[in-house]
Design a protein around this ligand. Structure first.
Ligand code: SER
Length: 902
């Protein structure tokens, strides 16, 4: 049975049984504790906790999930996939244990002809929590499973929670016995490969206050209602129903594996029986490729772009691991263009939006592969140089295995993005060891620094405890959309992360008010500026953040007076500042809409930043925008400003916003009302929490100032708006005027005149170049006389002064030609244009015949110059740092030639 059919039957079965079908939430969810949605229940968490009331008592979904903590296990076991789908049925205070168990049993054991999955009832082994007699009784008496097939297990296996504070409860898991060829008999407690768990029924009834480990947590008390949360692994059911060994072999994954095997000429599954753990390394690599390609597809589909931290880093790591696994299997060409289309072909059945978005998705993935290929090339050269330096520095006895310093490995990783496992492997190939522990320590130090930086930047101090305490006392009424001035009272004062009763003149700290007109930085818009005043007190507002939900903290400097907790104040946003901020944020939406109008709907925003007068916007696009395209975008944007389109903000439920086509890539919770900002109705419709002008004409003017690349498949446009746009244009006009005077031409003649000047300059340079080459060749003619005999090899070494690499190469080739092929000959010439030394070495056929290779010789020379190099056997080039060492470099080559000949 195809995976898509298993999914369809699931939803149909639960819909028939009174459940509302809820579409999968995006993989990115606004829960600060979660990198990605990792279980079907995540979008429903507020309902379980009683924070929100659901629109339904029963719901069902097939939720996209990503778990990456076991990424190293991928391919090595039959069960670990980074992307998977969780089929769930949920009861919010409606049916409980008996309902959940009977529904599950019916779906699993009904015949396939009747719409079920048709599993053999005699092969099913349920487990229950150790003291859950009720669930045990239902399985035995209501369902009729013999008691010896029902296992009681402890917290580690049969109590489910999210791994963080939240809802939890005892659970009952359902296993299928796959038969003796998969392992030992005796039930799930004995062998989890033979007895494969495919469905977990959680009796969600408690709230957890602290979670230290899977089996070590504190229960705060019962939840408001007793709920059901179940999760059936779609891939696991597919494994069972398709009669395959593991999840990499199901219909949604295997075609990628098969294509990868074909491309690399690898035979999959040669040595593996049913024990995945004993697989051949090539099989593991093929599975990694298949898994990671699919996960990357799904992540990019949901708006993740490769980056160096958080979600972006997870994606980058997966794409790189896939590319690298293909390389290890011997495939060096770009592989994603071969594999991603195979994956999307399989996945569009269930996710049609992947098909329509594939241009954008593939652009991002392919660009990332290209970038990684460049990194690999650069890193490999650098690693070679470092490795050689280590080997050269070794004592002659070479007693212990030489070590590549952890600091070098870290630098390769940090500066060049070279993956550490790759460095380790390549160092190993060169006979070097790497101190992994020292490297990990450097990584940890860097992470700690980054974390401390980020935290102190955002809230003024790393400690969030203080904010949670304050939040327990009250919350801030956020009035930025309605007013610029609010009367408020001081809820709390914080200095250096600690609550204080008073702040005094000259001090810096955070003020929390019960009401504020200040916009806190979010959604790319920076915080408002302004003042907070009271009798004899003036505070200047420097930054505004939301350290925890419901609380707004103003970072202030006390200009005069002193302020006490509880005091009444007037909070005033600078109106000029706010107007410019609104212009910039509305301008961002206008530019986004204009981009999509001109480039098409795939030009989706992936990030933005705006502050008074200025905006920048990152969007998915593979190539640079031509000047004509830029002008067109600017024109469309300014026409929208001129049309004076109305700007509105309305709240509505997420599904309604989606139906209207509002642009949002990031997850919102079901049931939450979202804010939709429109400019000219459907022309621009985005989910947004920012502040905006009321009519597009208030943006004033808009001028694009730059367009650049900010990583794989992502471009950035920058613009000035309002008065800053006009000031920018005035500056450009002044530059044109100055140039006109300098060149002596009217502004409209400037381009032609300068064009002519540049052309003349180029001609002159070409002429100079030709003359120099003639000189070089003429001088080279005499050089052959200087060739000497080194142990029977003709060796010609020469320092060509400040000749550049091109000239040096011409000379080397010319001289090698002149020396003929009767005797083995080597030519080595150095040059140092602009103080950067280069060396080129060439060998003739006879020299190569006696085993003398240019590539090897050039490394000897380059190392003397303090650099690296490489090339083929017949000609190779290198470079270095120190031009005073060219003589040494040539002697080193001569010496090595002598050694090789002798
Ligand atoms: N939340 C449970 C799990 O993830 C069941 O959906 O296994």
């Amino acid at each position: 049975m195809e995976t898509a059919e298993i999914r369809r039957r699931w939803l149909a079965f639960f819909e028939k049984n009174g459940h509302t079908v809820v579409p999968s939430a995006p993989l990115i969810h606004d829960d600060p504790n979660l990198l990605f949605v990792n279980a079907g229940m995540v979008p429903f968490k507020p309902y379980f906790l009683g924070q929100q009331s659901p629109q339904w008592d029963r719901a069902t979904s097939v939720q996209k999930c990503v778990r990456t903590q076991d990424i190293e296990e991928v391919g090595k076991t039959s069960r670990h996939g980074t992307f998977f789908q969780m089929n769930g049925n949920f009861s919010f205070g409606d049916y409980f244990k008996e309902g959940a168990i009977t529904l599950a049993w019916e779906l699993v054991t009904s015949s396939q002809a009747d719409g079920g999955y048709g599993l053999d009832a005699d092969l099913i082994w349920p487990t229950v929590y150790e003291d859950d007699d009720e669930a045990f009784g239902i399985w035995r008496d209501t369902i009729g499973v013999p008691a010896e097939r029902i296992t009681r297990r402890g917290k580690l296996d049969n109590y489910w929670h999210m791994g963080v504070p939240g809802p939890g409860g005892p659970c009952s898991e359902i296993y299928l016995d796959r038969g003796p060829e998969y392992g030992r008999e005796g039930g799930p407690a004995v062998d989890e490969d033979r007895y494969l768990e495919f469905w977990n029924l959680v009796f969600m009834q408690e709230e957890l206050s602290a979670v230290r480990a899977k089996d070590d947590f504190d229960i705060a008390g019962p939840l408001p209602k007793r709920n059901i949360d179940t999760g059936m692994g779609l891939e696991r059911m597919a494994t069972l129903l398709q009669g395959v060994d593991n999840l990499y072999e199901i219909d949604e994954v295997y075609p990628v594996l098969e294509r990868a095997a074909e491309l690399t000429g690898t035979r999959y599954g040669v040595s593996s029986g049913h024990m995945v753990s004993e697989s051949h390394p090539d099989d593991v690599r093929l599975r990694v490729v298949a898994d990671h390609v699919r996960s990357s597809l799904m992540l990019i589909g949901d708006g993740v772009t490769p980056g160096n931290e958080g979600r972006g880093y997870v994606l980058r790591r997966m794409l790189r691991r896939a590319v690298r696994s293909m390389r290890l299997l011997g495939y060096e060409d770009p592989c994603l263009p071969e594999l991603l289309p195979v994956s999307v072909e399989r996945m569009t059945q269930s996710y049609p939006e992947l098909g329509t978005g594939f241009d954008r998705i593939s652009q991002i993935a392919y660009a990332e592969e290209e970038a990684f290929r460049r990194t690999l090339a650069a890193g490999t050269t650098i690693l070679d140089v470092k490795a050689k330096a280590v080997r050269d520095g070794q004592g002659p006895d070479g007693s212990s295995r030489p070590e590549l310093p952890a600091a070098d490995v870290f630098q390769l990783h940090d500066t060049y993005g070279f993956p550490v496992d790759l460095t380790m492997e390549m160092a190993e190939e060169q006979g070097l060891v790497v101190d992994r522990t020292a490297f990990d320590r450097l990584m940890q130090e860097q992470r700690d620094r980054a974390k401390a930086d980020a935290r102190s930047k955002k809230s003024g101090h790393a400690n969030t405890e203080v904010w949670r305490d304050l939040r327990a006392i009250g919350s801030t009424d956020f009035r930025a959309y309605e007013e610029l001035t609010s009367e408020a009272s001081v809820l709390g004062l914080v200095v250096d992360g600690t609550r204080v009763a008073e702040v005094e003149q000259g001090q810096r700290g955070q003020v929390v008010l019960d009401r504020t007109p200040f916009y806190a930085e979010s959604g790319g818009q920076i915080a408002d500026e302004g003042v907070i005043t009271a009798d004899g007190v003036v505070l200047k507002v420097l930054d505004v953040q939301r350290p925890v939900k419901g609380l707004i903290a103003h970072t202030v400097e006390v200009v005069s007076g002193s302020l006490r907790e509880g005091a009444g104040v007037l909070a005033q946003v600078d109106p000029e500042w706010r107007l410019s901020a609104c212009q910039a944020h509305s301008g961002t939406h206008v530019v986004h809409a204009a981009l999509r109008e001109v480039l098409g709907p795939t030009a989706l925003q992936s990030g933005s930043y705006n502050k008074p007068g200025y905006l920048r916007l990152d969007f998915a696009w593979g190539q640079a925008l031509s000047p004509a395209t830029r002008s067109e975008i600017e024109e469309v944007a300014n026409l929208a400003v001129r049309k004076d389109l109305p700007v509105s903000a309305t709240y509505m439920p997420l599904p309604q916003a989606r139906d209207l086509g509002a642009l949002a890539l990031f997850g919102e919770t079901y049931g939450d009302d979202v804010r939709v900002v429109e400019i000219g109705g459907p022309w621009s419709r985005e989910l947004c929490g920012g502040t905006h002008v009321q009519h597009s004409s208030q943006v004033g003017a808009l001028t694009l100032t730059g367009e650049s690349s900010v990583g794989s498949g992502v471009r950035r446009v920058e613009a000035f708006v309002g008065i800053d746009a006009l000031r920018f244009l005035a500056r450009e006009r002044a530059i044109v005027a100055e140039l006109s005077t300098l060149v002596g031409a009217r502004p409209d003649e400037l381009a032609e005149r300068v064009g002519l000047m540049v052309a003349r300059l180029k001609d002159a340079e070409r002429e100079l170049d030709r003359a120099r080459k003639e000189q070089v060749t003429a001088a080279a003619g005499n050089l052959t006389e200087r060739a000497k005999d080194v142990n029977g090899i003709t060796f010609l070494g020469h320092d060509a002064g400040d000749a550049d690499a091109g000239d040096v190469r011409t000379m080397v080739l010319d001289l090698r030609g002149r020396l003929g092929n009767e005797r083995p000959a080597v030519v080595a010439i150095t040059g140092a244009a602009k103080g950067r030394p280069v060396v080129v070495v060439a060998t003739n056929e006879a020299a190569r015949g006696v085993g003398i290779r240019a590539g090897e010789l050039v490394r000897v020379a380059a190392s003397a110059l303090g650099g690296g190099g490489g090339g083929k056997d017949d000609i190779a080039q290198g470079g270095g740092q120190d031009p005073s060492k060219v003589g040494e470099a040539l002697s080193a080559v001569e010496w090595r030639v002598g050694e090789l000949a002798g």
